[in-house]
Design a protein around this ligand. Structure first.
Ligand code: DAS
Length: 367
């Protein structure tokens, strides 16, 4: 058997295994005599967000305080969960993800690494606000081993809203985290039953329950408790290994937003503030205003890494002659926010040749 035939056979096998496992899982929820020590152990790292939010105006999903309810209480609100898996909750933070910081990221990646190192742990779930979930997903994706499943989820409605979506999202995240076919795929975002890969997912709706989508489509879907994957797990070969062990801060990287009438002042301000890298969210396929391009080229000459991304929602920034000539890096399919995270992580290693950084962006954005 070769090529796609082999992949489909393998995927079918994995899906069947997952289905069998989940059938047992469903039965376990009905069987009081089950020995709980034999259930899979899932580590849940709670960071806050709307999923842990409480309304400040009855009946409103838009007026609430993020990060109020604890991770333990969120898990307790999902019927049957504790009869099916063992859960170990850690409260890493309790904030709205618009307030995410490098400090929380560093705590989160260290806690997740420790949990993944524990042979008893089958997978890790991260509860997170939706606003910056895709950035944290890329950060963790670059730094955590891809062996055991790491699944992120959150909610668009606060915990006390009518039809809060948090419990269903947590359930689908757990069902994905215990599924063998979810391993080797990097960090996944499970939301509204869709399964997304960290590299491709973006929040594309500010209020809908189905707030996330992926360029090229999602990785899979949780169908009535059964995770089904539409494509093979993408290998991590060719990607450098990064570590932030021993670091207490990340390199400063700023995003400059391109627009009609743009001037160079914000580039100069970012450099004066000590930026090590800049991501330019350009127009079209990463185009830069003629009054701003010289400022970015001067930044490169001064040793600052400049990545050209696009403010357009879909489509890549290819390595054009202009981008190459000025020594910029093309972001490929990575959004400006994700390009910023990849650049931050990459800059923690001081050994980049220009071509090496471009190869990293190509590999990460297309893998
Ligand atoms: N409160 C925002 C956040 O924490 C939105 C959310 O979680 O949905 O990101």
């Amino acid at each position: 058997m070769k090529g796609f035939d082999r992949f489909f056979a393998l995927n079918r096998q994995r899906t069947v295994k997952a289905r069998v496992f989940l059938c047992e899982w469903v039965n376990m929820t009905r069987n009081d005599s089950i020995n709980s020590a034999s259930l899979p152990l899932i580590s849940v790292l709670a960071t806050g967000g709307t999923i842990a939010g409480q309304s400040t105006r009855q009946g409103s999903s838009a007026n609430y305080r993020s990060g109020v309810v604890s991770g333990d209480d969120l898990l307790a609100a999902v019927p049957g969960l504790s009869a099916a898996v063992r859960l170990r909750a850690h409260q890493v933070a309790n904030i709205g993800s618009e307030d995410m910081t490098s400090d929380v990221w560093l705590d989160l990646v260290r806690t997740a690494s420790q949990e993944l190192d524990d042979p008893e742990v089958s997978g890790v779930i991260v509860l997170h606000g939706t606003d910056t979930m895709e950035e944290t997903a890329v950060f963790l994706d670059c730094l955590l081993p891809h062996g055991k499943p790491v699944v992120m989820t959150g909610a668009m409605r606060p915990a006390d809203a009518v039809s809060a979506d948090g419990p269903a999202n947590i359930l689908a995240a757990v069902q994905t985290a215990v599924c063998p076919a979810a391993s080797g795929r990097g960090v996944l975002v499970v939301f509204n039953n869709d399964i997304h890969a960290a590299r491709r997912v973006r929040k594309t709706d500010s209020m809908a329950l189905n707030a996330f989508s992926s360029w090229g489509g999602p990785e899979g879907r949780v169908v009535d408790g059964d995770p089904v994957f539409f494509r093979p797990a993408t290998a991590r070969e060719g990607l450098p290994v990064f570590t932030v062990a021993g670091l207490d801060a990340l390199p400063r990287v700023e995003i400059i937003y391109g627009h009609a009438g743009q001037e160079r002042g914000l580039v100069d301000a970012a450099l004066a503030a000590g930026a090590w890298g800049l991501v330019h969210a350009g127009v079209g396929m990463g185009n830069v205003h003629g009054d701003v391009r010289p400022a970015l080229a001067e930044a490169v000459a001064g040793g600052v890494a400049v990545v050209c991304a696009t403010r357009v929602v879909d489509g890549p920034v290819p390595l054009t002659e202009k981008i190459r000539r000025d020594g910029f890096i093309a972001a490929g399919f990575l959004s400006p926010a994700k390009a910023r995270v990849l650049l931050q992580v990459a800059l923690t290693r001081g050994d980049w040749q220009k071509g090496g950084m471009q190869a990293l962006f190509d590999r990460y954005s297309l893998a």
